[in-house]
Design a protein around this ligand. Structure first.
Ligand SMILES: Nc1ncnc2c1ncn2[C@@H]1O[C@H](COP(=O)(O)OP(=O)(O)OP(=O)(O)O)[C@@H](O)[C@H]1O
Ligand SMILES: Nc1ncnc2c1ncn2[C@@H]1O[C@H](COP(=O)(O)OP(=O)(O)OP(=O)(O)O)[C@@H](O)[C@H]1O
Ligand SMILES: [Mg+2]
Ligand SMILES: [Mg+2]
Lengths: 190, 158, 158, 190
C-alpha cells in the first residue's frame, strides 16, 4: 500500500477543504509557525484510521475535532477526512472485500474483461463526524464499519497500536520505562 | 504465540543493533530479555552505549541521545513490519545538527518503500525532503496549506 | 494563609497577563480560580487566547504555544519572587524563530536582576546571550568547558 | 543575592575540576553537541542547592552523581559542587548566621572597623558526596547542615519547590493539568 492523498474539511483548524498529495515514498516536510495547524494534520491522519480516544487527539470529547469557529467564522456541523492509498501489486480485477460494494461488471465472452471501477487498485477511506454525534465510515464511497477499515490495515503496520504516527513530544514513549510495555510493542509488531 | 514473539524479537533486535550504529556513528545498542529463562513472559530491557561511553540503561542517556535511540527502535520495527507511511511530529526538536544529519540519512533509506511525513522547524531537516507543505494561518484560527518550492525552504522557517 | 495566597495570586496574575501579551504579541491569558466562592481552597484554571484565536484552556494550545504560555507564567512568578538565577534547559526546542525572538527579548529585560543560564541548540537564542560556555566531550565520556567568544557562536552549534 | 561562580569536580561527566564564572545578571548560553554534559551542569546546580531525590537528577541512587569512570579513566570516590553568591546589599560587617562560623574580628577604638573575612558579602556553599555514602555540606568553608543551606535561600526564590531550574522537557509541568497543583505553585511563591 502506498499513500496517495489526504483530504480534510471542517477538521480542527482546517475549516475549508484541504488536500495533500503524496508520491507514496520519500520524505515530505510539513512546516510553518507555532500554532498554524501542523499537528492538526497529524491528528487528521490518526483520526481517519479510526482513533477512538478524544484525548489521543488532544481534545476532551470527539466533537472537539470539528472546526469550532473563530471570531469571524461560524463553527461548522461536520468534520470529514479522506485518505486514498494505492496497492501497486493488486491485479486490476481484485477489489477490497467490502460486503456492500458494487459488484464488478464483467463482460463475458470477450477476450478482454472490462474492469469497473476504473481505479480498482486504489482504496479510499473516509470518516465523518457530525455535531449531532452521528458518525460515518466509508470505503470506496460505500458505508462501512470501523471494523472494515481496521481490516484493510491488518498486518500493514497501521493497526490500532501501530507506531506509524509519532505525536509531538511522544518519541520517548517508545522507550517506555516499563519492560512489559516494551514487550507489548514487539508483540504488536509480531 | 511464543515463537512468533521470539522471531519478532530476534529480527527487530538485529535491526535495532544496526540502526543504532548508523544513528550513533558507532557505539552499540540492543534489547535484552529481563528474564532469559522465561521468554514467554519476560519484559525487555534496552541498553545502549554511544561511541566511547559506558553501556547503561537507555533511560540514562541525554535528551538528544534518547531521541536517537528511540528512532533507532522505531526504524527497527518498521523494517520488520513496514507501514505505507510514517508521520513524525518534531522528533528533531532535541537534536544537534550532526544528529539531524545522521537521522535524515537513515530516513531517506527507509523512505524508499515508505512515505515519511515530517513536521519540523529545522532547516536541516527540510533540506532532506523531496516535497514540502507549508501551513499558514493568515486568517486567525484558519489553517491553509501551501505547496512550497524547495528553494523557498529558508523563508518557510517562520 | 488565605490573604497571602490571594495577594500572591492577584500579583502573579497581573504579571502573567502582561507577560502573555508580550510573548504572544497580543492575545490574552489569565488565571482564574476554579471556585471563586471558596478562594481558600480553590484550584486554578489557566485560559488563553493567542491573537485572533478563541479563548480556551491553555492545555489545548499547540506545542510551541504551550511553551510560550508556560514561560509567561514562569516570568510572572519570578517578577513576584525574584531569584538570583534561573536555569532554562532547552525551553526553546519547540519554538519557531519569531517566538524565540520574543522570548529572548523578555528574558533580556528579566535578566537585569537575574542571572539566566540557558542551555540551547538554537543560534537565534545564542545571539541574545552576553556570554557563552561551550561544553565538549573530546575524550569520550569526559566533559570539558570552554568559554566561547560570541563570534564563534555559529561554529559552536554542533 | 547574585550568582558569581559554580565549580564542580567528580560530578557526573565532569571528572576534572571545572569552573563557571558569572556576572550575576544577563544571559549566559550553554551550548554543545548532544550528550556532551550540558544538562549535567544544570543537575550540579540543582544538587548543590540540596536536592534529595536521585530521580530528579536522572539517577537511580544518589551515588549515581559521582563520576563513574570511562574505558580510559577510573571512577572517582567523591563528587563536589561549590556555588558562590554575592549579596551586594550586605553591610560589610554582617555575616550569614552559621552557628559554627568563625567570629568577625573587630578592632575596637579605631574610627574604622577592620572587617574579616575579606569578602564578607559573599556566601560560598559546597556539597560533597563520597562513595561510602557520607555526605557533607559547607557554608563559607564551615561544616553545616542541609537545613542551614536551605535557610540561606529562604524567600530568595531558590527554595525546595522553586521554579528557578527548569529541567529539559519539563517546561510544560508549570502548566500542570491539575488545578490544585497550580494552586501549590502560587502558594509556594507566596
Ligand atoms: N476544533 C477546532 N476548531 C478550530 N481550531 C482548532 C480546533 N482544534 C484545535 N484548533 C486550533 O489549532 C491550533 C493548534 O494547531 P496545531 O497544534 O496543529 O499547531 P502546530 O502547527 O502543530 O504548532 P506547533 O509548532 O506549536 O506545534 C490551535 O490554535 C487551536 O486553537
Ligand atoms: N556519574 C556519571 N559518570 C560519568 N558520566 C555520566 C554520569 N552520569 C551521566 N553521565 C554521562 O553524561 C552524559 C549526559 O550528559 P547530559 O545529559 O548533560 O547531555 P546534554 O549535553 O544535556 O545532551 P542533550 O543536548 O542531548 O540534552 C551521558 O553520556 C552520561 O553517560
Ligand atoms: Mg505541533
Ligand atoms: Mg540535555
Amino acid at each position: 500500500l502506498k499513500l496517495k492523498r489526504v483530504e480534510l474539511q471542517g477538521f480542527k483548524s482546517f475549516c475549508d477543504r484541504t488536500e495533500l498529495k503524496f508520491n507514496g515514498s520519500g520524505i515530505a516536510a510539513v512546516v510553518g509557525p507555532n500554532g498554524c495547524g501542523k499537528s492538526n494534520l497529524s491528528d487528521a491522519i490518526t483520526w481517519v484510521l479510526g482513533e477512538q480516544s478524544a484525548r489521543s487527539l488532544r481534545g476532551a470529547r470527539m466533537e472537539d475535532v470539528i472546526f469550532a469557529g473563530t471570531r469571524n467564522r461560524k463553527a461548522v456541523g461536520m468534520a470529514a477526512v479522506t485518505m486514498v492509498l494505492m496497492d501497486p501489486g493488486t491485479p486490476p480485477l481484485e477489489q477490497h472485500p467490502v460486503p456492500s460494494a458494487e459488484p464488478v461488471v464483467e463482460v463475458e465472452g470477450e477476450s478482454n474483461v472490462t474492469v469497473l471501477p476504473a481505479k480498482a487498485s486504489e482504496v479510499t477511506i473516509t470518516r465523518r463526524l457530525f455535531r449531532s454525534g452521528e458518525s460515518e465510515y466509508l470505503i470506496d464511497g460505500r458505508q462501512a464499519r470501523l471494523r472494515d477499515i481496521q481490516d484493510i490495515f491488518m498486518g500493514s503496520g497501521l493497526g490500532p497500536e501501530s507506531y506509524a504516527i509519532i505525536e509531538q513530544g511522544r518519541i520517548g514513549q517508545i522507550l517506555s520505562s516499563k519492560p512489559y510495555d516494551r514487550r507489548a510493542v514487539i508483540e504488536e509488531a509480531a | 504465540s511464543r515463537t512468533r514473539f521470539q522471531e519478532a524479537f530476534t529480527a527487530i533486535n538485529e535491526n535495532f543493533k544496526q540502526a543504532f550504529q548508523t544513528l550513533f556513528a558507532g557505539g552499540s545498542g540492543e534489547m535484552r530479555l529481563t528474564d532469559e529463562s522465561n521468554a514467554s513472559e519476560s519484559g525487555i530491557d534496552i541498553i545502549a552505549s554511544p561511541p566511547g561511553k559506558k553501556l547503561q540503561n537507555v533511560l540514562l542517556l541525554s535528551g538528544g541521545e534518547k531521541s536517537m535511540a528511540a528512532m533507532a527502535l522505531l526504524m527497527a520495527i518498521f523494517k520488520f513490519q513496514p507501514s505505507p507511511f510514517c508521520v513524525l511530529d518534531e522528533v528533531d526538536a532535541p537534536l544537534d545538527e550532526a544528529n539531524i544529519g545522521r537521522l535524515t540519512k537513515l530516513l531517506k533509506e527507509m523512505a524508499v518503500d515508505t512515505q515519511f511525513i515530517i513536521i519540523t522547524h529545522s532547516k536541516k531537516t527540510m533540506e532532506a525532503a523531496q516535497s514540502m507543505y507549508g501551513v499558514t494561518m493568515q486568517e486567525a484560527g484558519i489553517s491553509k496549506l501551501v505547496s512550497v518550492k524547495m528553494q523557498a525552504a529558508e523563508a518557510a522557517v517562520a
